[in-house]
Ligand binder design. Sequence first.
Ligand code: NAD
Length: 339
Amino acid sequence: MKIVVTGGAGFIGGNFIHYMLKEHTDDEIICVDALTYAGNLETLEPVMDNKNFKFVQADIADRDAIYQLFEEEKPDIIVNFAAESHVDRSIENPGIFLQTNVVGTGVLLDACKKYGIKRYHQVSTDEVYGDLPLDRKDLFFTEETPIHTSSPYSASKASADLLVQAYHRTFGLPVTISRCSNNYGPYHFPEKLIPLIIANALNNKSIPVYGTGENVRDWLYVEDHCRAIDLIIREGKVGEIYNIGGHNEKTNLEVVKTILKALDKSEALITYVTDRPGHDRRYAINPAKIKKELGWEPLTTFDEGIKKTIKWYLENKSWWENIISGEYQNYYEKMYGKR
Ligand code: NAD
């Protein structure tokens, strides 16, 4: 099968490409990525010479480029990871989130409708469900939880999901959607919580924590997410949504303290900063449907995953040091000041 993976120079898309080329040696993978600030070809360096892999630089919202790709490559499956993905940036500049996440998804769907496709898979997020109260540990997001977004990021992702569902209902497009909790693992851009903590701790820099650090996130090791998507595109039922999560809820402060302990660094590095506006309190996924229907469950515990992730950041310093020494540093100083 020929699979187009959009956003494959980013964190999860990159891990997905590594996973697929390892697991399915008969499939061809074409990565389509615009290489924004979040895209990094070094992530794909290990597979660049693989005969089953090809990289195409293109913007998913560029209709001509996407139609040309479909005409030339005739893909069987599209897995759409391409997105603006950082909530803080969506508060600073929502426009690009609408352009990529909504318009870009619309262009991909139009291309699938025009040229035909075996499966279109939309990689969505649990953030479309909004948040849950901190004091109701009995509540979880299911696939039936109504959409109730908080940030321009989550609103743009929810809009894309609605478009995907509409193209299924109106045009009969064979689609699936997955909504996953927070991922962590190798190749994660250092603006996100876990790599930010690791990179700052290794450099003995202060670690910014929003508010009191009590917000809860449900963490999943990225390879478990990749395996879930692989299962959905092969065995998932067309038209369905699948929640993906590992019942691994941690407060942000717990995550910071776990990593500091693992790196033998002092908690004095923690600095509390003004909370993010509209900050979601708690995310928690109920993954019962994907477990029951597709037999998926996470294989990596948080302790194992964090150890593997820290090891990867220690062994691949040049990957993230290149990022934090460049343009990203200006953004960081604007958000958190010079520390
Ligand atoms: P990321 O920011 O690391 O990567 C996004 C990639 O998309 C980058 O390579 C970037 O260059 C590319 N891109 C951006 N705009 C593009 C455009 N217009 N055309 C083509 N390529 C473009 O993101 P990520 O964390 O890997 O997330 C991937 C997907 O998974 C996103 O759709 C995100 O909403 C979803 N998701 C992420 C998480 C998480 O914890 N990171 C959790 C659930 C869902």
